[in-house]
Design a protein around this ligand. Structure first.
Ligand code: HEM
Length: 116
């Protein structure tokens, strides 16, 4: 079995002096926990994977939006949202809603990240 090659019996003479040494940064770490989700970046190929009414993403301008929960609520009808699932819907959204306050405000609620 193993023998201890050189078990140094040199266990320092008492005094474990290295006590309070690395006890510095315990507090005050201002981590940016809140911004993590929206820092995500997705490619258009990723958006294209989410192309059904049960899983509906769309890219609009530089943003990516998860519209799944909005399909049934859209005042302009579910079909119009379903029609843009998995696509770059910049033109569709802009043509229909450009300059309209409510659609643009609604849209921000579904933001999940940047198009990159
Ligand atoms: C993609 C995200 C979209 C969002 C967040 C959105 C949001 C909205 C909102 C909030 C309204 C109500 C506006 C108001 O009452 O002031 C609305 C109405 C409407 N939307 Fe959208 N929309 C989206 C996409 C689209 C698209 C792609 C189309 C067409 C291709 C469309 C067609 C319409 C129409 C026709 C109405 C009017 C419904 C009516 O007044 O009877 N929407 N939308």
């Amino acid at each position: 079995m193993g023998r201890h090659p050189g078990a140094p019996a040199t266990t320092a003479t008492g005094s474990a002096t290295a006590t309070a040494t690395a006890t510095a940064t315990a507090t005050g770490t201002p981590t940016a926990s809140a911004s993590a989700a929206s820092d995500q970046t997705y490619t258009l190929d990723q958006v294209k994977q989410h192309n059904t009414r049960a899983d509906c993403w769309a890219a609009i301008d530089d943003g990516v939006y998860n519209l799944t929960d909005w399909i049934a609520q859209h005042p302009g009808g579910a079909e119009r949202i379903i029609g843009i699932c998995g696509t770059d819907a910049t033109a569709a959204f802009t043509n229909q809603h450009s300059g309209e306050q409510r659609p643009e405000t609604q849209l921000t609620r579904f933001y999940i990240g940047k198009l990159g």
